[in-house]
Design a binder for this molecule. Structure first.
Ligand code: V55
Ligand code: FE
Length: 494
């Protein structure tokens, strides 16, 4: 039975829509820049069938991928479920067979034996969507990526990399080196549920695995994102914990634990496990990174960072909660790791005390290089809000994008309007050769008054001027996890 009426998080603007769709030549306001050739792709979490447990995480909902294909000022739209093994099994059974987030011990008894032995079969491919080696794929960090047809978004199936990718899992945040064209990717819990094995891979331009490094995390935690420099890979480990006992007890995969330290692994590129060095310090919540670089003997990392549990659906066990004095929210912070020092410590510096969102992006052509700008969304409670038209969400809507200057220490902001709420912004270059930051911020806005979603296109160099165009959808899109701009000259989008 499909009944979402008892789920308070699935109502109003957030009620699941659950359909696959195609719109030819979308409705547009303003003018889409003709130089934008490529695609904005994104993935949302949406339940095909309601969860078996009411306290489950929305991260355990199915992946719904969408593409806005830009050609010469025209935009076509396609949206499809990722037809994972799990999605297909649920559809065949006409009900939700799968239990809590990343806990097969809570699955339907009819499938448990298989899902406990092969937990990667439960992946939802619901976290990110990217291309490499001529393939488009959606992924979640608990299983293999799923390859998609770049024209139709039809699911082709799990990716195997010719058998040379040996981790059971694959991160949702692979990193692309713009100089070498390589993809650096990894899996944590690489050898099974609650294992502390991390396998890290280099995949060349052609999509072939060229190196593997196997090592162990200091404790089993959510290694959601990493950072890449031209010389090093930075691996943050912080704050969440799990164990087989916990999973067998039927609990959700992760518990926050404010008593845990943060570790940062620094691995030289081309090195092996013996070259990995762990730095250790007080807890910092760094689910996502902006970027990093190696300068002499120092590795320098910027990230949106907080000090408290970011995910209320992964609560702490009694005694491990955040102290009551802790401030919630995120800031732009810089971390410096001194490879010449013998100390295991690192330094932390808040670059901007301005509140920001948990997601942050850069001009992806500068991944691993010295970037000047970082972009994120945030809530400005002083901006106007039309409660009569948009409903009772005053002070809670994410109404702005920000660009922070890491060199000049300046901030510019875009305001989406008094009935809108924004997700993650992505950066699209104005032209293939335009300098860093010369381009557009693109992202989905919820129009809470009209009950529809809009794709915002704002000039990243003139955010205060408002957007240059919006693509108007006649329906709501599910909550985005991540999106990306795939330029026309990049691989599958020629
Ligand atoms: C995140 C999202 C996930 C997940 C783990 O945003 C971390 C972070 C949508 O699923 O499984
Ligand atoms: Fe993420």
């Amino acid at each position: 039975v499909v009944d979402f009426s008892r789920d308070p998080t699935a109502q109003g603007f957030f009620a699941p829509e659950r359909f696959e769709s195609r719109i030819y030549d979308c409705e547009v306001t303003g003018e889409i820049p003709k130089s934008l050739n490529g695609a904005f792709v994104r993935v949302a979490t949406e339940w095909l069938y309601p969860p078996r447990y009411p306290h489950d995480s929305i991260f355990n909902a199915d992946g719904l991928v969408a593409m806005f294909r830009f050609r010469n000022g025209i935009v076509d739209f396609t949206e499809r479920w990722v037809h994972t093994a799990r999605w297909q099994a649920d559809l065949a059974a006409r009900r939700q067979l799968y239990g809590l987030y990343r806990n097969p011990f809570t699955d339907d008894p009819s499938i448990q034996e298989e899902t406990i032995a092969k937990p990667y079969l439960r992946t939802l491919a619901n976290t990110n969507i990217l291309t490499h080696g001529g393939k488009l794929f959606a992924m979640k960090e608990d299983g293999p990526p799923y390859e998609l047809d770049p024209e139709t978004l039809a699911t082709r199936g799990p990716m195997t990399f010719g058998g040379k990718y040996r981790s059971e899992t694959f991160t949702a945040h692979p990193k692309f080196d713009p100089v070498s064209g390589e993809m650096i990717c990894y899996g944590y819990e690489a050898t099974g549920l609650a294992s502390n094995a991390i396998f890290l891979y280099t995949v060349n331009r052609a999509g072939e695995v060229t190196s593997e490094v196997r090592f162990k995390a200091p404790y089993v935690s959510m290694v959601h994102d990493i950072a890449l420099t031209q010389k090093h890979i930075v691996i943050p480990v912080f704050g969440f914990e799990t164990s087989l006992e916990r999973l067998k007890a039927g609990k959700i995969h992760w518990a926050w634990n404010a008593r845990l330290p943060t570790y940062f692994g620094i691995l030289p590129r081309g090195g092996d496990a013996a070259d990995l060095r762990w730095f250790k310090g007080p807890l910092c919540e760094m689910t996502h990174t902006f970027n990093a670089r190696t300068v002499g003997e120092k590795v320098i990392l910027e990230a949106p960072v907080g000090d408290s549990n970011p995910f209320p659906f992964f609560p702490a066990d009694p005694g491990n909660e955040d102290p009551p004095t802790v401030k919630r929210g995120w800031h732009v912070r810089r971390y410096t790791f001194d490879l010449a020092s013998r100390s295991e410590g690192f330094t932390e510096e808040t670059l901007y005390s301005h509140p920001i969102g948990a997601l942050g992006r850069i001009d992806d052509r500068y991944i691993s290089l010295d970037n000047r700008y970082v972009y994120t969304q945030f809530t400005d409670p002083t901006r106007p809000y039309d409660e009569a038209r948009a409903g009772n969400l005053r002070g809670r809507v994410t109404n702005c994008y920000a660009r922070f200057d890491l060199h000049g220490r300046g901030l510019s902001t875009y305001f989406a309007g008094d009935t809108h709420s924004l997700g993650e912004p992505v950066f699209a270059p104005r032209h293939a050769g335009s300098p860093e930051g010369d381009g557009y911020l693109i992202g989905i806005a919820s129009n809470l008054a009209e009950m529809r979603s809009e794709l915002i296109i704002a000039d990243a160099t003139k955010l205060e001027a408002g957007d240059v165009a919006r693509v108007i959808l006649p329906f709501r899109l599910g909550s985005q996890v991540h999106g990306n701009w795939l330029a026309g000259d990049r691989l599958v989008f020629t």
